[in-house]
Design a protein around this ligand. Structure first.
Ligand code: TRP
Length: 375
């Protein structure tokens, strides 16, 4: 079969199978594939050689899925798939309908409670959605555990000026009336440069299931992320600084794609966020994926985490030379707080394309200048 005849589902399924092998899944476990097939829907059946009907913002090349491998500090591993449900219809209404179709298809089969989705759906899924997406999902897969699901909504879906109201109302409906205030004081302090970027709910009914709010910090300094972290008990700002230095390679101002903070709340403890995570879009601060891999590897090794697992995970999604592109390693995140900490590496599927590596002169908006001249 010619490479361009491979379908998106085949391509992504191979990658996901490889990642699940690395994470220690039973070889015959078909759950990840079944979920992936449902998530991609009709988009999954298209050969890679055909233009996708919809270019998703999940990944730079329009692929509607992005993988990640989460390294808990205690050694556990999880594989995750962030994705936009596929549909036959173009446009945002199609994508909302596709999201609902996906959730219907999998919720009964995998015992996934949908109450929290239903509680906020009318708020975040209007008839005329604005912005880059309306609803995304993430599949959270751990060996020998039941799969879990998370739904992501866009606070700016009714326009940027409504974002705060939507988030306040979303929290209120989920029993977290006071969640917003502390975040606003620590993470929404730089005017228009701090924006509410995602509102996410775990589709789970345990008292520890989470509601998460994400804030993107445009042109942020490491100190901005440290301040954002400091609201969470047990999130050591020094670890945030070390993370930014290691992954940013000395970048001082993150002027490319933004640093993103997230806060998670559990109903059991509604008053303060229990976890802080910082996402660093490493692809904008390196010349190529080889440099990204070196930085991520050094950071993992410094925390006693296995770099060979990182290399195997990379090998599961691609066999291209890492120097031949940039963006395979899309983001890296650091999670901190009393419920445990960890590092997650986001890996692009690159189904539709690879971003060429950056030359030294090719620095617009990339932050590469920063890393080149930093001490
Ligand atoms: N592709 C988008 C971005 O990079 C959305 C996205 C995908 C994202 N995975 C992410 C954002 C992880 C933050 C963290 O912004």
């Amino acid at each position: 079969m010619n490479l361009v005849d491979v379908t998106l589902f085949n391509h992504a399924q191979n990658q996901l199978r490889g990642l699940c092998d690395v994470a220690g899944f039973e070889p015959g476990d078909e759950t990840p594939s079944v979920l992936l097939r449902e998530l991609l829907g009709p988009a999954g059946t298209r050969p890679l050689g055909e233009e996708p009907k919809h270019l998703s913002d999940v990944a730079d090349d329009g692929t509607p899925v992005e993988f990640s491998i989460a390294f808990d500090d205690d050694g556990a591993l999880a594989v995750r798939v962030l994705g936009e449900a596929g549909s036959d219809n173009l446009g945002d209404r199609g994508s909302i309908a596709a999201g609902k179709r996906f959730l219907n298809a999998v919720s009964k089969r995998f015992h996934i409670p949908t109450e929290r989705f239903a509680a906020v759906a009318d708020l975040f899924l209007p008839d005329r959605p604005q912005g880059k997406f309306a609803v995304w999902f993430s599949l959270i897969l751990r060996p020998r555990a039941r799969p879990r699901l998370k739904a992501y909504f866009n606070p700016e879906v009714r326009g940027r000026d409504r974002a705060k109201d939507l988030v306040l109302e979303g929290f209120r409906r989920l029993g977290l009336d006071h969640a917003y205030d502390a975040i606003a004081r620590h993470a929404l302090v730089r005017g228009a440069r701090d924006r509410l970027s995602f509102f996410a709910v775990d589709l789970d009914d345990s008292p520890l299931s989470r509601v998460k709010l994400y804030v993107s910090h445009e042109s942020a300094l490491t100190a901005d992320a440290e301040r954002a972290a400091s609201v969470v008990q047990g999130a050591d700002p020094l670890r945030v600084r070390g993370f930014c230095q290691a992954l940013g390679g000395g970048t001082t101002t993150f002027a490319g794609r933004p640093l993103v903070s997230s806060y998670s709340f559990v109903e059991a403890e509604p008053d303060g966020p229990g976890t802080y995570s910082l996402y660093l879009p490493v692809r904008d601060y390196v010349p190529d994926d080889e440099v990204a891999r070196e930085r991520v590897g050094a950071f993992l090794a410094g925390h006693g985490l296995p770099t060979d697992t990182l290399d195997k995970a990379i090998g599961a999604v691609t066999d291209r030379p890492l120097q031949s592109g940039v963006g395979l390693l899309a983001h890296v995140s650091l999670r901190l707080g009393p419920f445990g900490s960890g590092t997650t590496v986001y890996l692009s599927s690159e189904a539709y394309g690879v971003t060429p590596p950056r030359g030294p002169a090719d620095t617009v908006g990339s932050g590469v200048i920063n890393s080149a001249i930093a001490p």
